[in-house]
Design a binder for this molecule. Structure first.
Ligand code: G3P
Length: 218
């Protein structure tokens, strides 16, 4: 399972990229609005920091409008993947984007049937939202398992990005469920480093090393 960063913040992206763990970046309108400024310019800067795919969302509600926005965003670079909402117009735009050689990510997916429709339309990526389902008392990771299990047995090629990840356990759950990608907020990515036994181990090694006489260390 690849790890993407769910962020539009350049310092977060730069830092996560320096850890060598980043397979790509996803953004959404909320994350972009938080950063302010010109979106195509921000997108270009994100693409300079990351080697993998960078998802950028269109805001139109009609397919023609989505495709027009998508062409502008995709002109930033070949890494750009266009996020379209899980609507009939969104799926119409997926087909048109495919004809233009632009990859798509169907977002705001909350059910198996939505994922199946997106796959049949030819979406490159499909993003089920785990945390928002859990917020409703549903089981987000179970949905990812159901989608991934069926897609593998049916030979459907769309890649599943588990999105709306809220904690490190979600990452484990969606990995077990067979997600191709987990897109993770920066805070969760940082939490993934943490284990008290690692901290304790480092402290013990430091203390033991400090007891070695200076001459022996060299
Ligand atoms: O980028 C889409 C998704 O990851 C949003 O997450 O936490 O706003 O539900 P959240």
């Amino acid at each position: 399972m690849q790890l993407f960063l769910d962020s539009a913040n350049l310092s977060e992206i730069r830092e996560a990229a320096s850890w060598g763990v980043l397979g790509g970046v996803t953004t959404n309108p909320t994350l972009v609005a938080r950063e302010g400024g010109d979106f195509p310019r921000l997108l270009a800067e994100i693409c300079r920091l990351v080697h993998g795919p960078v998802s950028a969302e269109v805001m139109g509600t009609e397919a023609a409008e989505m495709v027009r926005e998508a062409r502008e965003l995709a002109s930033v670079g070949s890494q750009v993947v266009i996020k379209v909402p899980m609507t009939s117009e969104g799926l119409k735009s997926v087909i048109q984007l495919q004809a233009l050689g632009i990859r798509s990510n169907v977002t705001l997916v909350f059910s198996f049937n939505q994922a199946l429709l997106a796959a049949r339309a030819g979406a490159d990526y499909i993003s089920p939202f785990i945390g928002r389902l859990d917020d409703q008392g549903a089981d987000g990771a179970a949905l990812v398992a159901e989608i991934c299990g069926f897609f593998r047995s049916a030979g459907l090629e769309s890649r599943i990005i588990a999105a709306s990840i809220r904690n490190p356990l979600h990452v484990v759950q969606v990995a077990r469920a067979g997600a191709h990608v987990a897109t993770v907020p920066f805070a969760v990515l940082r939490q993934m480093f943490v284990h008290p036994l690692t901290d304790l181990g480092i402290a013990r090694f430091q203390a033991d090393w400090n007891r070695v006489p200076e001459k022996k260390k060299n």
